[in-house]
Design a protein around this ligand. Structure first.
Ligand code: WTA
Length: 652
């Protein structure tokens, strides 16, 4: 007879009580890094970054580790030549590991595919030849808009091979979002897919791609379930690859500072910005952090359950693990499809060694109950990680106890699209772990917590996270907009006259006596929904675009599973009905302009927004209301009654 699921108090009682955890002995014994390299890095900075560059086999060595003569337009590994595809594929074949599995893939419906490094090399070369065939030249930006299928990393690597930067757009983004990104990147090529499954439902992806892609774009389409029959101006992926089967395409020599890819992300102002990453610095950093933090080894099966459409998938599904010759597992579908056992079946079935996911997923696992992980053998796991948002201590402990069996360290890794790789986290074989706190900065990373005027705060006080030295994985600029690069990231805390440059990630944080950093969340107008960054300005402009809307304010409110959810406060024009139909219209507009994952959780119609006497919307207050928090001082408000009214409307 099946056992009764455990009750909440029973689960709670089995969570460890202490506030700090030593790395398990069994882990330390085999860890890639066991002696803390931080002092050595500090004493030898920036030369210490050779440790990262040494993870790669450069065609031509660099002359200088760092050129800071034009700060903050830093250059790394100056003069070095390499090819990212060669680093991730060819060299492992040359080293005699051609038979090792590079990519293991599972579709939502259960079909599987595997590519050894040798097979990956063949397909990447064939597709690289195909890309050239359709007119892609070195430095052309190729956009990819596809779900989690093996053709996505293959296309990225093929681009890297011929020196064409890629620009991956998450498949959940709308047609409009695709268009903005292709236009901003002046990208004339699109690799996409006809359809895919999500929770058993077949989605027509091609229709979205057609609506979003500029008319003149050349499209290459992957037939997900059957042969794709191309129309004018299109090519079928499979046909191209077949036509070029057996092709040998030399990896082009790229300069360390040549662009490897663009990735668009939301910020406080304006449209999404194209974060530019380079070949040498980014790849060295992805490889080094995969080695030091994810502890990856060539024989590992490693699973990062993110989507390649976000930076986490770029650095830690594709570039980091493949550069180290690891097996990277990819899963196409939803974590609870067809049942809530799916992930644990896969961990058991593939013998996953290292598992990396987002706190929002961990909170969902908690909700689903312990019976799912407990009915599977998860003993292959050696290390767990999280990324994307703060993880609350209870979720951390649940992950540690029920997934890791109290035998796996957890790395809570703080970083961003812009940083290219992890910045603040414990080293799993070295540092004590403290649930809720990401940990100390990584070796060579000078992260601090400062107040408004840039002075370091006292231990325990809240302030702003800042980074006081450059690092190889950093973004080089905002594509086509150096001014924005300066104003968004450097202006706030740098002293230009003294040539002192401070990077500002726009996160709040506090720091303990022992240098452990707890990240508190964004301090700009960015909402973090299930680890996805959304600019409130983009959301607001989508909502005010709906006929009948006069004004809108969007904030993030606390959410059990998503971390934050989108709350929209909307003022309508005279005569406009505020019924459910209109509410649906607003939600649909956001889905159309951005994507379904950006759907507002609540749309609250109100006659006014809380404003200060000087006319500024008090967002903090709107956030508190959305989160159901105690409201602070409202005496500076011009219209305090509005607050009561909104609160009443939100009470369910
Ligand atoms: C947040 C994702 C707390 C943070 C790799 C950051 C985190 C933003 C953590 C970047 C963490 C990421 N603890 N907060 N471990 N990791 N964040 O660009 O606010 O999608 O600025 O990159 O996510 O999101 P992005």
């Amino acid at each position: 007879m099946a056992e009764e699921p455990e009750t909440e108090p029973e689960i709670e009682a089995r969570l460890p009580e202490q506030d700090s955890f030593e790395p398990p002995e069994s882990f330390v014994e085999q860890a890639n890094v066991t002696d803390d390299p931080r002092d050595e890095f500090d004493e030898n900075w920036p030369q210490c970054w050779e440790n990262a560059a040494d993870k790669l086999d450069w065609f031509d060595g660099y002359d200088e580790v760092l050129d800071d003569s034009d700060a903050p337009f830093y250059e790394w590994f100056v003069g070095g030549k390499l090819n990212a595809c060669y680093e991730c594929v060819d060299r492992h074949v040359e080293d005699g590991r051609g038979d090792a599995t590079a990519l293991s893939w599972e579709g939502e419906e259960g079909e599987t595919r595997e590519y050894t490094y040798e097979e990956l090399l063949d397909e990447v070369q064939a597709f690289a030849a195909g890309l050239r065939d359709v007119g892609v030249e070195e430095d052309d930006v190729v956009t990819m808009y596809m779900p989690m299928v093996p053709e996505l990393p293959i296309a990225m690597l093929a681009c890297a091979r011929i020196g064409a930067p890629h620009n991956v757009v998450f498949a959940g983004f709308s047609a409009d979002a695709l268009r903005t990104r292709m236009e901003n990147a002046s990208s004339d090529f699109l690799v996409t897919c006809d359809s895919y499954y999500r929770r058993g439902e077949k989605l027509d992806h091609k229709k979205k791609a057609d609506r979003g892609a500029p008319d003149e774009a050349t499209k290459i389409v992957v037939g997900r379930f059957e042969r794709y029959v191309p129309t004018d101006g299109e090519y079928a992926y499979r046909e191209l690859v077949t036509r070029h089967e057996g092709a040998s395409v030399e990896p082009v020599e790229r300069d360390a500072e040549d662009m490897l890819f663009l990735m668009y992300t939301s910020g406080t102002t304006g449209t999404p910005k194209g974060v530019k990453h380079t070949t040498g610095g980014y790849l060295s950093y992805a490889a080094w952090t995969s080695h030091a933090v994810l502890d990856l080894k060539p024989e590992d099966t490693y699973w990062c359950a993110a989507d390649i459409g976000w930076i986490t998938g770029h650095s830690y599904i594709v570039y980091g693990p493949l550069s180290l010759g690891t097996t990277s597992l990819m899963y196409e579908g939803a974590p609870d499809y067809p049942t809530k056992n799916r992930l644990w079946e896969m961990v058991e079935g593939y013998g996953v060694d290292v598992f990396y996911t987002a706190p929002t997923a961990v909170r969902a696992f908690m909700k689903w109950g312990t019976e799912h992980p407990e009915s599977h053998d998860l003993s292959s796991l050696r290390l767990l990680g999280t990324v994307g948002e703060p993880i609350n201590p209870r979720a951390w402990k649940w992950y540690y106890r029920y997934i890791g069996g109290e035998d796996c360290p957890i790395v809570d890794t703080w970083w961003q699209t812009e940083t290219g790789g992890m910045m603040v986290t414990t080293l799993p074989g070295v540092d004590e772990m403290k649930p809720g706190s990401a940990g100390p900065p990584l070796p060579g990373i000078d992260a601090r917590v400062v107040d408004e005027s840039g002075d370091e705060v006292d231990a325990g006080d809240a302030g702003y996270l800042t980074v006081h030295k450059p690092w190889p994985g950093m973004l080089r600029t905002v594509y086509g907009d150096d001014e924005r690069y300066l104003s968004e990231y450097w202006e706030t805390y740098s002293d230009e006259d003294a040539d002192e440059w401070v990077y500002f990630p726009e996160d709040g944080a506090k720091i303990d006596d022992d240098g452990y950093i707890t990240v508190l969340g964004r301090v700009d107008d960015v909402v973090n929904v299930s680890g996805h960054r959304l600019g409130t300005m983009e959301l607001e402009s989508s909502i005010v675009g709906v006929e009948g809307v006069a004004e809108a304010a969007v904030v993030g409110g606390e959410h059990d599973v998503k971390g934050e959810a989108v709350y929209a406060y909307v003022i309508v024009e005279e005569g406009q009905d505020t019924d459910d139909t209109f509410r649906e219209e607003i939600v649909d507009a956001v889905e159309d302009d951005i994507g379904p994952f950006a759907r507002p959780e609540e749309v609250v119609f109100t006659d006014a927004l809380p404003k200060t006497r000087s006319g500024k919307i008090m967002r903090r207050l709107l956030e508190d209301i959305a989160s159901g928090d105690e409201l602070g001082d409202t005496s500076t408000l011009r219209n305090p009654d509005v607050v009561k009214d909104i609160e009443r409307k939100l009470e369910k």
